[in-house]
Design a protein around this ligand. Structure first.
Ligand SMILES: [Zn+2]
Length: 286
């Protein structure tokens, strides 16, 4: 793991989200969970060598962020946005969440398969503590400021720890990798990016995927979103149908997909076109 400040560790180099650990005087607070079981268990061991685990916070409900919640069921309470309930453990592409996770392990973390509980034993460990707009939590001398930052998904949150000058923003930011707009509502996403940009006491932004960045990356993320919208709006202005836009528009050369998901490039391009198409036509999905 990468130690980004005195008490904050983040993993940005494995498939799935960027899970993090914040060490406080009272114990560890996890933010999201790793998708590779072997890695997840190592992280839990690493934390417990230093003390108890106090909380797990989920920044969103997509499988790559909540898959590991099972392993925290007997450890600590889980915190998340109240709307997380609606999408928790529902779908993951064409597969159900359990089969999707098995598939990931089979392809990328074979030793993890032995550590995976059966479908019956797997605990769908939803947040026990939820909030709507914002929430502040004191653990030891650290403050965890949780904000609802909808956009990438409806239940998206940011976790700001001012004492460490770190904010975990989940998939509101994808750094140096393809942005997934498939579940997004673009206006709130843009608003949430501006909100994060205006937060004080932030030196490090931990994105959902890709390397840790500074605040100046927010402008790059906004620029990429506007490029997507402009390309699709341009296509519509030329009279292209949605299918023609899908055929003709691609930002595949812009940057890679996050680690271990190269096969998703076409899906991302197609669903981003569809989302921007609806956006330009004035139709929002939520
Ligand atoms: Zn993600």
């Amino acid at each position: 793991m990468e130690r980004i400040t005195q008490n904050v560790y983040v993993e940005t180099k494995i498939r799935g989200c960027n899970p993090g650990i914040v060490f406080t005087e009272e114990g560890a607070v996890f933010i999201d969970t790793a998708q590779w079981v072997t890695y997840l268990i190592d992280m839990i061991k690493f934390a417990k060598e230093r003390g108890p685990i106090k909380y797990l916070i989920n920044t969103e409900g997509h499988i790559d962020h909540i898959f590991g919640n099972h392993w925290f069921a007997k450890e600590c309470p889980v915190i998340g946005h109240e709307k997380l309930e609606d999408i928790f453990w529902t779908v993951a592409g064409d597969l159900d969440c359990y089969d999707y996770s098995i598939d990931v392990l089979e392809r990328q973390d074979k030793p993890g398969l032995k550590l995976m509980p059966s479908r019956e034993e797997y605990i769908i460990n939803k947040p026990q503590i939820t909030f709507s707009d914002k929430m502040s939590l004191k653990v030891g001398k650290h403050t965890f400021k949780l904000y609802h930052t909808p956009g990438h998904s409806e239940s998206q949150i940011a976790v700001h720890i001012p004492e460490e000058k770190v904010v975990f923003v989940g998939d509101t930011v994808f750094s140096d990798c393809q942005i997934w707009l498939h579940s997004a509502d673009i206006d709130p996403l843009i608003k949430s990016l501006h909100f994060i940009e205006e937060l004080e006491d932030v030196e490090y932004i931990v994105p959902g995927h890709g390397p840790v960045v500074k605040k100046d990356y927010i402008k790059k993320q906004l620029a990429f979103i506007y490029e997507w919208i402009a390309a699709v709006a341009d296509g519509i202005a030329k009279g292209w149908s949605q299918e023609e836009c899908i055929k003709n528009i691609s930002f595949a050369n812009h940057c890679p997909v996050d680690i271990g998901q190269d096969e998703m490039m076409e899906y991302i391009q197609r669903t981003n076109v569809i989302k921007c198409w609806k956006y330009v036509q004035g139709k929002n999905l939520w």
